[in-house]
Write a new protein. Structure first.
Lengths: 196, 408
Protein backbone atom coordinates (compact mmCIF):
# COMPACT_ATOMS: atom_id res chain seq x y z
CA UNK A 1 0.00 0.00 0.00
CA UNK A 2 1.16 3.49 -0.73
CA UNK A 3 0.43 4.45 2.86
CA UNK A 4 3.32 2.41 4.10
CA UNK A 5 5.72 3.32 1.37
CA UNK A 6 5.14 7.03 1.88
CA UNK A 7 5.62 6.73 5.61
CA UNK A 8 8.72 4.64 5.27
CA UNK A 9 10.27 6.86 2.64
CA UNK A 10 9.63 10.05 4.56
CA UNK A 11 10.88 8.67 7.81
CA UNK A 12 14.07 7.39 6.22
CA UNK A 13 14.66 10.57 4.31
CA UNK A 14 14.26 12.55 7.49
CA UNK A 15 16.40 10.38 9.69
CA UNK A 16 19.45 11.15 7.62
CA UNK A 17 19.50 14.88 8.05
CA UNK A 18 17.57 15.67 11.19
CA UNK A 19 17.78 14.77 14.82
CA UNK A 20 14.04 14.38 15.24
CA UNK A 21 12.93 11.25 17.11
CA UNK A 22 11.43 8.64 14.89
CA UNK A 23 8.27 8.21 16.91
CA UNK A 24 7.33 11.83 16.53
CA UNK A 25 8.04 11.84 12.82
CA UNK A 26 5.55 9.08 12.42
CA UNK A 27 3.00 10.86 14.50
CA UNK A 28 3.48 14.02 12.52
CA UNK A 29 3.07 12.18 9.26
CA UNK A 30 0.10 10.28 10.53
CA UNK A 31 -1.60 13.58 11.28
CA UNK A 32 -1.26 14.60 7.65
CA UNK A 33 -2.40 11.21 6.51
CA UNK A 34 -5.44 11.28 8.72
CA UNK A 35 -6.49 14.67 7.43
CA UNK A 36 -6.60 13.26 3.91
CA UNK A 37 -8.41 10.02 4.60
CA UNK A 38 -11.31 11.18 2.42
CA UNK A 39 -9.12 10.65 -0.65
CA UNK A 40 -10.50 8.63 -3.54
CA UNK A 41 -8.57 6.01 -5.48
CA UNK A 42 -6.23 6.07 -8.51
CA UNK A 43 -4.57 9.16 -9.90
CA UNK A 44 -6.36 11.52 -7.54
CA UNK A 45 -5.09 9.49 -4.64
CA UNK A 46 -1.46 9.45 -5.70
CA UNK A 47 -1.68 13.17 -6.47
CA UNK A 48 -2.88 13.80 -2.97
CA UNK A 49 -0.12 11.66 -1.57
CA UNK A 50 2.34 13.87 -3.44
CA UNK A 51 0.78 16.91 -1.79
CA UNK A 52 0.89 15.25 1.58
CA UNK A 53 4.52 14.36 1.10
CA UNK A 54 5.30 17.90 0.02
CA UNK A 55 3.52 19.37 3.02
CA UNK A 56 5.29 16.92 5.28
CA UNK A 57 8.68 17.86 3.80
CA UNK A 58 7.87 21.56 4.20
CA UNK A 59 6.91 21.03 7.82
CA UNK A 60 10.26 19.56 8.63
CA UNK A 61 12.48 21.63 6.37
CA UNK A 62 13.10 24.06 9.23
CA UNK A 63 16.59 24.60 10.69
CA UNK A 64 18.38 21.34 11.39
CA UNK A 65 19.36 22.38 14.91
CA UNK A 66 17.07 24.00 17.39
CA UNK A 67 17.16 25.14 20.97
CA UNK A 68 19.94 26.27 23.29
CA UNK A 69 22.65 28.34 21.66
CA UNK A 70 20.87 28.43 18.32
CA UNK A 71 19.15 31.17 16.34
CA UNK A 72 15.70 32.45 17.16
CA UNK A 73 14.48 30.78 13.97
CA UNK A 74 15.02 27.43 15.69
CA UNK A 75 12.10 28.16 18.01
CA UNK A 76 9.79 27.36 15.10
CA UNK A 77 11.47 24.00 14.65
CA UNK A 78 10.93 23.21 18.32
CA UNK A 79 7.31 24.28 18.05
CA UNK A 80 6.81 21.99 15.03
CA UNK A 81 8.63 19.16 16.78
CA UNK A 82 6.43 19.48 19.87
CA UNK A 83 3.31 20.05 17.75
CA UNK A 84 2.74 22.86 20.20
CA UNK A 85 1.22 26.31 20.32
CA UNK A 86 3.57 29.28 20.61
CA UNK A 87 3.18 32.41 22.70
CA UNK A 88 5.75 35.16 22.48
CA UNK A 89 6.37 37.77 25.17
CA UNK A 90 8.75 40.69 24.71
CA UNK A 91 10.62 42.08 27.69
CA UNK A 92 13.24 44.80 27.68
CA UNK A 93 16.17 42.42 27.87
CA UNK A 94 14.96 39.33 26.01
CA UNK A 95 12.10 37.66 24.13
CA UNK A 96 10.37 34.72 25.74
CA UNK A 97 8.92 32.05 23.43
CA UNK A 98 6.65 29.66 25.30
CA UNK A 99 5.73 26.44 23.53
CA UNK A 100 2.86 24.41 24.95
CA UNK A 101 2.52 20.82 23.69
CA UNK A 102 -0.69 18.74 23.77
CA UNK A 103 1.08 16.38 26.21
CA UNK A 104 1.15 19.15 28.81
CA UNK A 105 4.87 19.81 28.38
CA UNK A 106 5.75 23.50 28.38
CA UNK A 107 9.12 24.69 27.04
CA UNK A 108 10.22 28.31 27.45
CA UNK A 109 13.01 29.56 25.23
CA UNK A 110 14.77 32.81 26.15
CA UNK A 111 16.11 34.73 23.17
CA UNK A 112 18.64 37.56 23.44
CA UNK A 113 18.41 40.84 21.51
CA UNK A 114 21.04 39.39 19.16
CA UNK A 115 18.64 36.56 18.30
CA UNK A 116 20.26 33.67 20.17
CA UNK A 117 18.55 31.20 22.52
CA UNK A 118 20.53 31.69 25.76
CA UNK A 119 18.27 29.71 28.09
CA UNK A 120 15.52 27.12 28.13
CA UNK A 121 13.19 26.02 30.92
CA UNK A 122 10.68 23.20 30.95
CA UNK A 123 7.98 21.50 32.94
CA UNK A 124 5.63 18.66 32.21
CA UNK A 125 4.47 15.10 32.95
CA UNK A 126 7.74 13.83 31.45
CA UNK A 127 10.84 15.70 30.27
CA UNK A 128 10.87 17.28 26.81
CA UNK A 129 13.06 15.93 24.03
CA UNK A 130 16.32 17.04 25.60
CA UNK A 131 18.28 16.56 22.37
CA UNK A 132 15.91 18.95 20.64
CA UNK A 133 15.97 21.72 23.24
CA UNK A 134 19.65 21.45 24.21
CA UNK A 135 20.70 21.13 20.57
CA UNK A 136 24.51 21.21 20.35
CA UNK A 137 24.80 20.93 24.14
CA UNK A 138 23.02 17.57 24.36
CA UNK A 139 26.23 15.54 24.28
CA UNK A 140 27.77 17.58 27.09
CA UNK A 141 24.54 17.20 29.08
CA UNK A 142 24.43 13.45 28.54
CA UNK A 143 28.05 12.97 29.59
CA UNK A 144 27.69 15.12 32.69
CA UNK A 145 24.49 13.31 33.71
CA UNK A 146 26.21 9.94 33.37
CA UNK A 147 29.20 11.21 35.35
CA UNK A 148 26.95 12.37 38.20
CA UNK A 149 25.17 9.00 38.32
CA UNK A 150 28.49 7.15 38.37
CA UNK A 151 30.32 9.28 40.91
CA UNK A 152 27.97 9.16 43.93
CA UNK A 153 25.42 6.38 44.15
CA UNK A 154 22.00 7.61 45.15
CA UNK A 155 19.06 9.04 43.27
CA UNK A 156 18.99 12.81 43.27
CA UNK A 157 18.19 15.82 41.07
CA UNK A 158 20.56 16.51 38.20
CA UNK A 159 22.91 19.47 38.55
CA UNK A 160 25.41 20.44 35.87
CA UNK A 161 27.51 23.56 36.46
CA UNK A 162 30.27 23.63 33.91
CA UNK A 163 31.97 26.43 32.05
CA UNK A 164 29.54 27.15 29.26
CA UNK A 165 26.59 25.11 30.47
CA UNK A 166 24.35 25.11 33.56
CA UNK A 167 21.53 22.56 33.91
CA UNK A 168 19.21 21.96 36.87
CA UNK A 169 16.63 19.21 36.51
CA UNK A 170 14.31 17.79 39.14
CA UNK A 171 10.92 16.29 39.84
CA UNK A 172 9.38 12.88 39.34
CA UNK A 173 7.11 11.03 36.94
CA UNK A 174 4.10 13.27 36.10
CA UNK A 175 5.96 16.38 37.27
CA UNK A 176 9.38 17.21 35.84
CA UNK A 177 10.91 20.69 35.88
CA UNK A 178 14.24 22.06 34.85
CA UNK A 179 16.26 24.72 33.12
CA UNK A 180 19.46 25.10 31.16
CA UNK A 181 21.42 28.16 30.16
CA UNK A 182 24.71 29.37 28.83
CA UNK A 183 26.10 31.82 31.43
CA UNK A 184 28.20 33.87 29.01
CA UNK A 185 25.27 34.37 26.67
CA UNK A 186 23.00 35.99 29.30
CA UNK A 187 22.12 39.47 27.99
CA UNK A 188 23.20 42.43 30.08
CA UNK A 189 20.93 42.93 33.10
CA UNK A 190 19.38 39.46 32.92
CA UNK A 191 19.93 37.25 35.96
CA UNK A 192 19.93 33.48 35.72
CA UNK A 193 16.96 33.51 38.13
CA UNK A 194 14.80 34.78 35.26
CA UNK A 195 15.17 31.49 33.42
CA UNK A 196 12.43 29.30 34.82
CA UNK B 1 -4.88 -12.91 53.63
CA UNK B 2 -8.53 -13.16 54.42
CA UNK B 3 -9.40 -16.41 56.20
CA UNK B 4 -12.55 -18.00 57.43
CA UNK B 5 -11.62 -20.13 60.41
CA UNK B 6 -13.27 -21.90 63.27
CA UNK B 7 -12.27 -23.53 66.53
CA UNK B 8 -8.68 -24.52 67.11
CA UNK B 9 -7.50 -23.20 63.76
CA UNK B 10 -8.86 -19.79 64.56
CA UNK B 11 -7.03 -19.66 67.85
CA UNK B 12 -3.82 -20.80 66.21
CA UNK B 13 -4.18 -18.15 63.53
CA UNK B 14 -4.83 -15.48 66.08
CA UNK B 15 -1.75 -16.42 68.03
CA UNK B 16 0.33 -16.39 64.87
CA UNK B 17 -0.99 -13.05 63.69
CA UNK B 18 -0.83 -11.50 67.09
CA UNK B 19 2.75 -12.62 67.44
CA UNK B 20 3.59 -11.26 64.03
CA UNK B 21 2.09 -7.87 64.65
CA UNK B 22 2.94 -7.35 68.27
CA UNK B 23 6.40 -8.82 68.12
CA UNK B 24 5.68 -11.37 70.83
CA UNK B 25 3.15 -9.52 72.97
CA UNK B 26 0.78 -12.48 72.84
CA UNK B 27 -2.88 -11.88 73.47
CA UNK B 28 -2.54 -8.12 73.73
CA UNK B 29 -6.12 -6.90 73.38
CA UNK B 30 -5.34 -4.12 70.94
CA UNK B 31 -3.72 -6.52 68.53
CA UNK B 32 -6.46 -9.09 67.97
CA UNK B 33 -8.18 -9.73 64.65
CA UNK B 34 -11.68 -8.39 64.26
CA UNK B 35 -14.45 -10.91 64.56
CA UNK B 36 -18.18 -11.01 64.11
CA UNK B 37 -20.83 -13.54 65.00
CA UNK B 38 -23.68 -14.52 62.77
CA UNK B 39 -26.02 -17.36 63.57
CA UNK B 40 -24.25 -20.28 65.10
CA UNK B 41 -20.85 -19.88 63.41
CA UNK B 42 -18.16 -17.29 63.95
CA UNK B 43 -16.49 -15.61 60.97
CA UNK B 44 -13.12 -14.09 61.71
CA UNK B 45 -11.10 -11.85 59.44
CA UNK B 46 -7.48 -12.31 60.35
CA UNK B 47 -5.19 -9.50 59.37
CA UNK B 48 -2.39 -10.19 56.93
CA UNK B 49 1.20 -9.81 57.90
CA UNK B 50 1.55 -6.31 56.53
CA UNK B 51 5.09 -5.49 57.66
CA UNK B 52 7.98 -5.67 55.20
CA UNK B 53 11.44 -5.18 56.70
CA UNK B 54 13.49 -2.42 55.12
CA UNK B 55 17.13 -1.56 55.65
CA UNK B 56 19.14 1.52 54.86
CA UNK B 57 22.52 0.22 53.80
CA UNK B 58 25.16 0.39 51.09
CA UNK B 59 23.01 -1.51 48.59
CA UNK B 60 24.18 -4.09 46.05
CA UNK B 61 26.93 -1.79 44.72
CA UNK B 62 28.26 -1.16 48.20
CA UNK B 63 28.27 2.60 47.87
CA UNK B 64 24.69 3.88 48.22
CA UNK B 65 24.06 6.75 50.64
CA UNK B 66 20.56 6.94 52.14
CA UNK B 67 18.97 4.12 50.16
CA UNK B 68 16.17 2.06 51.79
CA UNK B 69 16.17 -1.50 50.47
CA UNK B 70 13.74 -4.41 50.76
CA UNK B 71 13.25 -7.93 49.39
CA UNK B 72 10.50 -8.46 46.85
CA UNK B 73 9.08 -11.79 45.70
CA UNK B 74 7.85 -12.09 42.12
CA UNK B 75 6.10 -15.16 40.74
CA UNK B 76 5.06 -16.28 37.30
CA UNK B 77 1.32 -15.44 37.48
CA UNK B 78 -0.87 -18.17 38.98
CA UNK B 79 2.08 -20.49 39.61
CA UNK B 80 4.38 -21.28 42.51
CA UNK B 81 7.42 -20.43 40.39
CA UNK B 82 8.74 -17.55 42.42
CA UNK B 83 11.93 -15.62 43.01
CA UNK B 84 12.86 -13.36 45.89
CA UNK B 85 14.94 -10.39 44.84
CA UNK B 86 16.94 -8.54 47.48
CA UNK B 87 18.20 -4.98 47.45
CA UNK B 88 15.20 -3.38 45.76
CA UNK B 89 14.99 0.37 46.45
CA UNK B 90 11.80 1.44 48.27
CA UNK B 91 10.58 4.55 46.47
CA UNK B 92 7.56 6.64 47.48
CA UNK B 93 8.44 9.01 44.62
CA UNK B 94 7.35 6.61 41.87
CA UNK B 95 4.72 3.96 41.29
CA UNK B 96 5.30 0.44 40.03
CA UNK B 97 7.85 -2.33 40.37
CA UNK B 98 10.96 -2.31 38.15
CA UNK B 99 13.49 -5.14 38.20
CA UNK B 100 16.85 -5.36 36.42
CA UNK B 101 16.71 -8.19 33.89
CA UNK B 102 20.20 -9.26 34.99
CA UNK B 103 18.88 -10.38 38.40
CA UNK B 104 15.57 -11.83 37.20
CA UNK B 105 15.50 -15.60 36.70
CA UNK B 106 11.73 -16.18 36.74
CA UNK B 107 10.39 -16.27 33.16
CA UNK B 108 7.62 -13.70 33.34
CA UNK B 109 5.10 -13.38 30.52
CA UNK B 110 5.45 -10.41 28.18
CA UNK B 111 2.51 -8.01 28.20
CA UNK B 112 1.03 -7.66 24.75
CA UNK B 113 -1.08 -4.94 23.24
CA UNK B 114 -4.44 -5.82 21.67
CA UNK B 115 -2.69 -6.28 18.30
CA UNK B 116 -0.33 -8.84 19.84
CA UNK B 117 2.75 -6.65 19.84
CA UNK B 118 5.04 -6.48 22.86
CA UNK B 119 4.62 -3.48 25.19
CA UNK B 120 7.93 -1.86 26.18
CA UNK B 121 8.40 1.14 28.46
CA UNK B 122 10.81 4.05 28.51
CA UNK B 123 10.61 5.56 31.97
CA UNK B 124 12.33 8.93 32.35
CA UNK B 125 14.09 10.05 35.53
CA UNK B 126 15.73 13.42 36.08
CA UNK B 127 19.10 12.17 34.94
CA UNK B 128 18.10 9.60 32.35
CA UNK B 129 15.77 6.73 31.60
CA UNK B 130 15.20 3.01 31.97
CA UNK B 131 14.13 1.00 28.91
CA UNK B 132 12.58 -2.44 29.07
CA UNK B 133 9.54 -4.63 28.46
CA UNK B 134 6.37 -4.60 30.50
CA UNK B 135 5.85 -8.10 31.90
CA UNK B 136 3.32 -9.42 34.39
CA UNK B 137 4.04 -10.98 37.78
CA UNK B 138 2.33 -11.95 40.98
CA UNK B 139 4.02 -9.82 43.64
CA UNK B 140 4.37 -10.89 47.26
CA UNK B 141 5.41 -8.37 49.89
CA UNK B 142 5.36 -9.69 53.46
CA UNK B 143 1.95 -11.40 53.70
CA UNK B 144 0.37 -9.27 50.97
CA UNK B 145 -0.10 -10.38 47.41
CA UNK B 146 -1.05 -8.68 44.13
CA UNK B 147 -1.80 -10.83 41.10
CA UNK B 148 -0.85 -10.35 37.45
CA UNK B 149 0.73 -6.94 37.99
CA UNK B 150 2.36 -5.16 35.03
CA UNK B 151 5.99 -4.40 35.97
CA UNK B 152 8.97 -3.09 34.00
CA UNK B 153 11.91 -5.41 33.38
CA UNK B 154 14.78 -2.97 32.93
CA UNK B 155 17.06 -3.62 30.00
CA UNK B 156 15.27 -6.84 29.22
CA UNK B 157 14.34 -5.88 25.69
CA UNK B 158 15.81 -7.15 22.46
CA UNK B 159 14.46 -4.01 20.86
CA UNK B 160 16.96 -1.16 20.54
CA UNK B 161 16.26 2.01 22.50
CA UNK B 162 14.16 4.30 20.27
CA UNK B 163 15.54 7.75 19.54
CA UNK B 164 12.76 9.55 21.44
CA UNK B 165 13.64 7.50 24.53
CA UNK B 166 17.39 7.99 24.24
CA UNK B 167 16.77 11.73 23.88
CA UNK B 168 15.74 11.91 27.57
CA UNK B 169 19.44 11.72 28.48
CA UNK B 170 21.58 8.86 29.67
CA UNK B 171 20.63 5.22 30.15
CA UNK B 172 20.20 4.00 33.74
CA UNK B 173 19.74 0.40 32.70
CA UNK B 174 22.65 -1.08 34.66
CA UNK B 175 23.21 -2.08 38.27
CA UNK B 176 25.96 0.50 38.61
CA UNK B 177 23.75 3.32 37.33
CA UNK B 178 20.69 2.24 39.32
CA UNK B 179 22.52 1.29 42.54
CA UNK B 180 19.77 -1.25 43.22
CA UNK B 181 18.44 -4.52 41.81
CA UNK B 182 15.17 -2.78 41.16
CA UNK B 183 12.81 -0.07 42.33
CA UNK B 184 9.64 -0.72 44.31
CA UNK B 185 7.49 2.32 43.56
CA UNK B 186 4.88 2.71 46.29
CA UNK B 187 3.98 6.36 45.74
CA UNK B 188 0.75 8.32 45.74
CA UNK B 189 -0.32 7.23 42.25
CA UNK B 190 -1.95 3.95 41.18
CA UNK B 191 -0.03 3.80 37.86
CA UNK B 192 3.32 5.25 36.87
CA UNK B 193 2.09 7.54 34.12
CA UNK B 194 -1.70 7.79 34.24
CA UNK B 195 -4.03 9.48 31.78
CA UNK B 196 -1.22 11.24 29.94
CA UNK B 197 -0.07 7.88 28.57
CA UNK B 198 -3.47 6.78 27.30
CA UNK B 199 -2.45 8.68 24.15
CA UNK B 200 0.80 7.83 22.34
CA UNK B 201 3.81 9.21 24.23
CA UNK B 202 7.55 8.48 24.43
CA UNK B 203 6.80 6.48 27.62
CA UNK B 204 4.92 3.43 26.30
CA UNK B 205 5.91 1.70 23.08
CA UNK B 206 4.55 -1.20 21.07
CA UNK B 207 7.15 -3.19 19.25
CA UNK B 208 6.37 -5.22 16.13
CA UNK B 209 9.34 -6.85 14.42
CA UNK B 210 9.74 -3.74 12.27
CA UNK B 211 10.56 -1.59 15.31
CA UNK B 212 8.99 0.19 18.25
CA UNK B 213 6.36 2.93 17.88
CA UNK B 214 4.86 5.22 20.50
CA UNK B 215 1.58 3.84 21.76
CA UNK B 216 -1.23 4.75 24.11
CA UNK B 217 -1.78 2.30 26.98
CA UNK B 218 -4.95 1.99 29.04
CA UNK B 219 -4.56 2.66 32.75
CA UNK B 220 -4.97 -1.04 33.58
CA UNK B 221 -2.11 -2.05 31.27
CA UNK B 222 0.34 0.54 32.59
CA UNK B 223 2.92 -0.38 35.23
CA UNK B 224 0.94 -0.49 38.49
CA UNK B 225 1.59 0.42 42.11
CA UNK B 226 1.31 -3.13 43.50
CA UNK B 227 -0.09 -1.94 46.84
CA UNK B 228 -3.26 -0.68 45.15
CA UNK B 229 -3.84 -4.22 43.85
CA UNK B 230 -3.62 -6.01 47.21
CA UNK B 231 -6.92 -7.52 48.36
CA UNK B 232 -6.52 -5.79 51.76
CA UNK B 233 -4.29 -3.06 53.19
CA UNK B 234 -4.36 -1.51 49.73
CA UNK B 235 -4.93 2.19 50.43
CA UNK B 236 -1.33 3.20 51.08
CA UNK B 237 1.87 2.58 53.01
CA UNK B 238 3.83 3.82 56.00
CA UNK B 239 7.60 4.00 56.16
CA UNK B 240 8.91 3.78 59.70
CA UNK B 241 12.59 4.48 60.33
CA UNK B 242 14.20 5.52 63.61
CA UNK B 243 15.86 8.87 64.21
CA UNK B 244 19.62 9.18 63.79
CA UNK B 245 22.01 11.45 65.63
CA UNK B 246 24.95 11.11 63.29
CA UNK B 247 26.17 8.95 60.40
CA UNK B 248 25.48 5.24 60.84
CA UNK B 249 26.33 2.11 58.90
CA UNK B 250 22.78 0.74 58.66
CA UNK B 251 19.29 1.54 59.83
CA UNK B 252 16.44 -0.96 60.14
CA UNK B 253 12.79 -0.09 59.71
CA UNK B 254 9.49 -1.17 58.24
CA UNK B 255 7.34 -0.66 55.19
CA UNK B 256 3.82 -1.18 56.52
CA UNK B 257 0.90 -1.73 54.15
CA UNK B 258 -2.49 -0.12 54.68
CA UNK B 259 -3.57 3.02 56.50
CA UNK B 260 -6.04 2.53 59.34
CA UNK B 261 -6.77 -1.04 58.26
CA UNK B 262 -5.04 -2.79 61.13
CA UNK B 263 -3.93 -2.04 64.66
CA UNK B 264 -0.38 -1.31 63.49
CA UNK B 265 -1.13 1.27 60.82
CA UNK B 266 -3.44 3.86 62.40
CA UNK B 267 -2.81 7.52 61.59
CA UNK B 268 -2.52 8.23 65.32
CA UNK B 269 -3.00 11.94 64.89
CA UNK B 270 -0.58 12.39 61.98
CA UNK B 271 -1.37 15.52 59.95
CA UNK B 272 -2.78 14.78 56.47
CA UNK B 273 -1.29 16.86 53.63
CA UNK B 274 -3.31 16.42 50.40
CA UNK B 275 -1.31 16.06 47.19
CA UNK B 276 -2.32 17.42 43.75
CA UNK B 277 -2.96 15.29 40.64
CA UNK B 278 0.74 15.44 39.72
CA UNK B 279 1.92 14.23 43.13
CA UNK B 280 3.06 17.54 44.63
CA UNK B 281 2.32 19.73 47.64
CA UNK B 282 3.57 23.13 48.80
CA UNK B 283 6.75 23.95 50.68
CA UNK B 284 7.39 27.49 51.88
CA UNK B 285 10.98 28.54 52.58
CA UNK B 286 12.20 32.05 53.34
CA UNK B 287 8.66 33.32 52.57
CA UNK B 288 8.80 31.86 49.06
CA UNK B 289 6.19 29.29 48.13
CA UNK B 290 7.21 26.25 46.03
CA UNK B 291 4.21 24.36 44.62
CA UNK B 292 6.07 21.45 43.08
CA UNK B 293 7.49 20.00 46.26
CA UNK B 294 7.30 16.36 47.21
CA UNK B 295 8.28 13.67 49.71
CA UNK B 296 10.35 10.91 48.13
CA UNK B 297 12.04 8.01 49.92
CA UNK B 298 13.83 7.32 46.62
CA UNK B 299 15.78 10.59 46.75
CA UNK B 300 18.78 10.33 48.99
CA UNK B 301 18.91 13.78 50.59
CA UNK B 302 17.19 17.09 51.24
CA UNK B 303 17.27 18.64 47.77
CA UNK B 304 16.11 22.24 47.49
CA UNK B 305 16.73 25.41 45.47
CA UNK B 306 20.33 26.33 44.70
CA UNK B 307 23.31 28.14 46.16
CA UNK B 308 22.26 31.57 45.02
CA UNK B 309 18.83 31.29 46.64
CA UNK B 310 19.93 29.50 49.83
CA UNK B 311 23.36 31.06 50.34
CA UNK B 312 24.72 27.57 51.04
CA UNK B 313 27.78 26.68 48.92
CA UNK B 314 27.86 23.44 46.95
CA UNK B 315 30.82 21.08 47.31
CA UNK B 316 33.72 21.94 45.03
CA UNK B 317 34.13 18.29 44.02
CA UNK B 318 30.42 17.42 43.81
CA UNK B 319 28.16 20.34 42.94
CA UNK B 320 25.05 18.23 43.54
CA UNK B 321 25.64 18.34 47.34
CA UNK B 322 25.76 21.28 49.72
CA UNK B 323 29.00 21.89 51.63
CA UNK B 324 28.35 24.59 54.24
CA UNK B 325 31.32 25.44 56.48
CA UNK B 326 29.12 24.76 59.53
CA UNK B 327 26.00 22.62 59.73
CA UNK B 328 22.94 24.66 58.78
CA UNK B 329 19.83 24.27 60.96
CA UNK B 330 16.95 25.23 58.71
CA UNK B 331 13.20 25.50 58.82
CA UNK B 332 10.49 25.33 56.16
CA UNK B 333 6.78 24.71 56.21
CA UNK B 334 4.84 22.11 54.26
CA UNK B 335 1.22 22.55 53.26
CA UNK B 336 -1.39 20.53 51.40
CA UNK B 337 -1.66 21.29 47.69
CA UNK B 338 -4.62 23.63 48.33
CA UNK B 339 -2.69 25.51 51.01
CA UNK B 340 -4.00 23.74 54.11
CA UNK B 341 -3.13 22.33 56.52
CA UNK B 342 0.42 23.49 57.10
CA UNK B 343 3.16 22.57 59.53
CA UNK B 344 6.77 23.48 60.21
CA UNK B 345 9.65 21.15 59.40
CA UNK B 346 13.11 21.66 60.86
CA UNK B 347 16.04 19.98 59.19
CA UNK B 348 19.81 20.24 59.09
CA UNK B 349 22.27 20.25 56.22
CA UNK B 350 25.87 19.35 56.98
CA UNK B 351 28.98 19.54 54.82
CA UNK B 352 28.66 16.51 52.50
CA UNK B 353 32.41 16.21 51.96
CA UNK B 354 32.94 16.00 55.73
CA UNK B 355 30.12 13.48 56.09
CA UNK B 356 31.61 11.15 53.48
CA UNK B 357 35.27 11.67 54.39
CA UNK B 358 34.80 11.32 58.15
CA UNK B 359 32.51 8.30 57.91
CA UNK B 360 33.70 6.29 54.91
CA UNK B 361 31.99 3.11 56.12
CA UNK B 362 28.61 4.68 56.86
CA UNK B 363 25.58 4.81 54.60
CA UNK B 364 23.00 6.64 56.72
CA UNK B 365 23.37 10.43 56.62
CA UNK B 366 20.50 12.37 58.16
CA UNK B 367 21.99 15.73 57.20
CA UNK B 368 22.80 15.21 53.52
CA UNK B 369 21.46 17.90 51.22
CA UNK B 370 21.96 19.48 47.83
CA UNK B 371 20.49 21.77 45.19
CA UNK B 372 17.40 21.00 43.09
CA UNK B 373 15.62 22.66 40.22
CA UNK B 374 14.13 25.95 41.38
CA UNK B 375 10.58 24.63 41.46
CA UNK B 376 10.56 23.10 44.89
CA UNK B 377 11.72 20.86 47.66
CA UNK B 378 12.50 17.19 47.23
CA UNK B 379 12.21 15.76 50.75
CA UNK B 380 14.31 12.62 50.42
CA UNK B 381 15.03 9.72 52.76
CA UNK B 382 16.59 11.80 55.60
CA UNK B 383 13.12 13.32 56.04
CA UNK B 384 11.88 9.83 57.04
CA UNK B 385 14.45 9.32 59.83
CA UNK B 386 12.55 9.55 63.11
CA UNK B 387 9.21 10.22 61.39
CA UNK B 388 6.45 7.79 60.38
CA UNK B 389 5.44 8.95 56.91
CA UNK B 390 2.10 7.81 55.42
CA UNK B 391 1.64 7.74 51.63
CA UNK B 392 -2.03 7.35 50.62
CA UNK B 393 -2.82 6.22 47.07
CA UNK B 394 -5.05 8.26 44.75
CA UNK B 395 -8.74 7.38 44.96
CA UNK B 396 -8.34 5.12 47.98
CA UNK B 397 -10.39 5.68 51.12
CA UNK B 398 -8.60 5.95 54.45
CA UNK B 399 -9.56 7.20 57.93
CA UNK B 400 -7.71 10.42 56.98
CA UNK B 401 -9.75 10.99 53.80
CA UNK B 402 -9.33 9.93 50.19
CA UNK B 403 -5.81 9.74 48.69
CA UNK B 404 -3.56 11.03 47.35
CA UNK B 405 -1.95 12.49 50.43
CA UNK B 406 1.07 12.34 52.68
CA UNK B 407 0.68 12.32 56.44
CA UNK B 408 3.26 12.53 59.20
Amino acid sequence: MSFFSVTAFSANALRGNRNVPRGNERRMLQCHIQSYTGATSGAAKSGRWAVILYVAMLTISLPAFAGLGEDVSSVQADQAHMQGSLRTTQTQAYTLHEIQAPSGIVVREFVSPTGKVFGVAWQGPWPPDMRQILAGYFGQYQQAAQAQVNSHAGRKPLVIDQPGLVVQSGGHMRSFTGRAYIPEMLPQGVSAEAIR
Amino acid sequence: MRCITTGANRIANRIMVTAAICGGLLFAVACGGSGSSSGGSTVTTTPSNNVLAISVNAGPNGDYANGAFASVTVCVPSTTTCQTIDDVLVDTGSSGLRILSSVLTAALPQQKASDGNAVVECLPFVSGYTWGPVQTADIELSGEKASSVPIQVISGSDFPVPTACANFGSSQDTLSALGANGILGVGTMAQDCGQGCESPSPIYWECPASGCVEAGESLALQVQNPVALFSTDNNGVIIELPAVSGPEATLSGSLIFGIGTQSNNALNGATVYPVDVNGNFITTYNSQQYNQSFIDSGSNGFYFLDSSSTGIPVCSDANYFYCPSTTQNLSASNAGSTGTPSGTVTFSVANADNLFNNSPNDNVFGQLGGPNSLSGFDWGLPFFYGRNVFTAIQGQHTPGGIGPYWAY
